[in-house]
Ligand binder design. Structure first.
Ligand SMILES: [Zn+2]
Length: 321
């Protein structure tokens, strides 16, 4: 927090206001209860019911569970949500590797891969210039095949995002089997093995291949809302390539992110990522505080003549396309 405000001239009142907000504690018990109910409903749906629609709805519910669990994993990446750092690490492996099948190691590297989608999508014309990806450690060459896909990305964006998890599973395998330095590699691999043991079980219980494929697709499509949400936060704003410079860090956060407007009763669904700007400014601020901090930041931005961008989910989708 101090890092963010050290670049502004009148931060004292704002810091005080934010400190007051931080006193409220998050209800982890409610979050865990909610996820457990979703999980029980999902398993009841495909194990005890025989009809096609219930099976597909269970798949959709699994996607929703992945979203909620990923939010918990995200929380544990920014703060210790358990009784000790060691248990927090276990919570990360459980929420990331074991339940969602995506290694937490992908998020602990120095460079963010989330805006690098060649050859399917490009978020900036800078990607047309054969950039080197620090995350993948490869040259992102703008091949003719990439040129072809990018020219249709306004049409392929949603279908591509719906199956984006396949790429994340692949990236997990590539990273864990590579010779790059991966913290807790053995634990990460064990977590991924647990995922690939339990995930095929509900799928194999389904009576035919049509239902199996649709079950998986339903889970991917619902979870794709989270991927879309993340891309909306960045795609609609100016994308910058490379690390922010020291003297314009605060401004870069506004230029590189937008918030998604939603009513407070939908906060559970977006998991705090709708307040992308506030989250980028104060990554260690708990998600239950972001809504209260938002008007404080808005005032601060107004005072310093910085643009505060906030769009509804539908508006942001239109901007992205
Ligand atoms: Zn974060």
């Amino acid at each position: 927090m101090d890092h963010a405000f050290s670049r502004l001239s009148q931060p004292r009142d704002t810091v005080h206001q934010i400190r007051n907000v931080r006193e409220e504690r998050p209800r982890r018990d409610l979050q865990l209860c909610f996820i457990s109910v979703l999980l029980a409903t999902c398993f009841y749906g495909f194990l005890r019911w025989d009809d096609f629609l219930t099976h597909i709805l269970s798949g959709g519910l699994l996607g929703l569970i992945w979203m909620q669990v990923a939010y918990l994993g995200h929380d544990s990446g920014h703060n210790n949500i358990m009784i000790s750092p060691r248990f927090n690490k276990l919570a990360q492996i459980l929420t990331g590797n074991c339940i969602t099948g995506i290694s937490i190691a992908c998020n602990s590297l120095d460079y963010d891969p989330d805006l690098q989608h060649l050859p399917m999508l490009a978020v900036s014309t800078l990607f047309f210039t054969n950039l080197t990806s620090k995350f993948y450690n490869i040259n992102l060459e703008f091949y003719p095949i990439a040129r072809f896909f990018i020219s249709y990305q306004h049409l392929t964006y949603f279908p591509v995002v719906c199956v984006a998890r396949v790429n994340l599973y692949l990236q997990t395998f590539i990273l864990l089997l590579s010779n790059r330095r991966v913290p807790d590699r053995a634990l990460n691999i064990l977590g991924i093995m647990i995922f690939w043991t339990w995930f095929p079980l509900p799928v194999s219980c389904l009576p035919n291949w049509t239902e199996r494929v649709l079950f998986v697709l339903a889970s991917f499509c619902v979870c794709a809302i989270q991927h879309i949400q993340f891309t909306l936060n960045h795609f609609t704003a100016d994308v910058y390539v490379g690390p922010p410079k020291r003297n314009n860090w605060f401004e870069k956060q506004t230029a590189g992110t937008i918030d998604i407007k939603c009513p407070s009763w939908m906060d559970w669904f977006f998991g705090g990522l709708q307040f992308q700007l506030e989250h980028h400014l104060f990554p260690r601020l708990l998600r239950c505080h972001l809504r209260k901090v938002s008007p404080i930041i808005k005032d601060l931005y107004k005072k310093h003549n910085l643009p505060y961008r906030s769009l509804t989910f539908v508006e942001a989708n239109k901007w992205t396309l």
